[in-house]
Design a protein around this ligand. Structure first.
Ligand code: T3D
Length: 263
């Protein structure tokens, strides 16, 4: 499929989705959502893809909703923001969490509003040192969306999250690492190479197991210890019957690196 607002490339078991409207800091329009949905479907269905990277072209990662596309007429025509969230952002975040493969956000620049929360919805966030994260919603009179009010307090705690949501202040990549919002920050010039190394490691890992880890992590946010122990038992049963588990144990015994197939 030919895309207008994103790039979607596959190489060496890794798919890379690049938001590609740099003059608008890769803000989301309806067209971007449509194309991202198609790319995420592709990434899910293509068994040769074992890790997905989401990044942005130019100096920004994603500035959230394109505010040029928002029109008061949306309200006049009876289409409210709740409907837009259901149709676009909520589907986007659910698709990322449902993807049974690791997803990396490689945050190359500012991530604002839904752009920040898109990053937080991925499994591992690596950022350029010059990047920043802004819960910009309240600056324009909106509440956080795209899962921000779910992910952020779980990562940084209620006190920080509430202040960030209410104040809309930028958080530097270094501070984001320090407060547990993201995994790692690297020099700007090293971001592409570090992302490729990380994606390569994940793409050669036991993919089905990583998909189960993802589900465990999501469930742990709401589960009791008892429920989580039961889930670990169920998922270990699945992981334990995988080809990759057999390979992992065989490789350990034979003192060689494992060759996981993602099965
Ligand atoms: O409507 C719904 O569906 C509800 C869903 C809402 C989800 C949301 O994401 S709400 C939050 C929307 N996003 C924002 O409020 C962020 C708006 N942008 C900014 O605050 C700033 O641009 C940044 C802090 C992100 C970056 O600042 P800076 O100084 O580095 O860049 P800039 O000069 O502001 O932006 C560069 C260009 O990108 C500029 O265009 P120009 O003047 O050079 O022609 C700017 O207008 C454009 N741009 C940046 N963000 C957006 C945008 N254009 C449209 N929509 C944007 N969100």
């Amino acid at each position: 499929m030919a895309y207008e607002t994103i790039r979607f490339e596959r190489a060496d078991k890794v798919a890379t989705l690049t938001l590609n409207r740099p003059d608008r800091l890769n803000a989301f329009t309806a067209k971007v959502h449509e194309e991202v949905r198609a790319a995420l479907r592709d990434a899910a269905e293509d068994e040769s893809v074992r890790a997905l990277v989401i990044t942005g072209a130019g100096r920004g990662f994603c500035a959230g909703q394109d505010l040029q596309e928002v029109r008061p007429a949306d309200h006049d025509s009876g289409r409210d923001l709740g409907q837009r969230l259901d149709r676009n952002y909520n589907r986007l975040i659910r698709s990322i969490r449902a993807l049974a493969k690791p997803v990396i956000a490689s945050v190359n620049g500012v991530a604002a509003g839904a752009g920040a929360n898109l990053a937080l919805a991925t499994d591992i966030v690596i950022a350029a040192r010059s990047a920043s994260f802004i819960q910009a919603f309240s600056r324009i009179g909106l509440v956080p969306d795209s899962g921000g009010s779910y992910f952020l307090p779980r990562r940084v705690g209620q006190a920080r999250a509430t202040a960030l949501f209410m104040l809309g202040d930028p958080v530097s990549a270094e501070d984001a690492v320090a407060c547990g919002m993201i995994w790692k920050c690297v020099d700007d010039a090293a971001l592409a190479a570090e992302t490729a190394t990380l994606a390569g490691r994940l793409a050669n890992a036991p993919t089905k197991t990583l998909g189960l880890i993802k589900r465990l992590m999501d469930a742990s946010a709401a589960n009791t210890l008892d429920a989580q122990l039961d889930l670990e038992r169920d998922f270990q049963r699945l992981a334990g019957s995988s080809e990759d588990y057999r390979e992992g144990v065989a490789a350990f015994r034979e003192k060689r690196p494992p060759g996981f197939k993602g099965r």
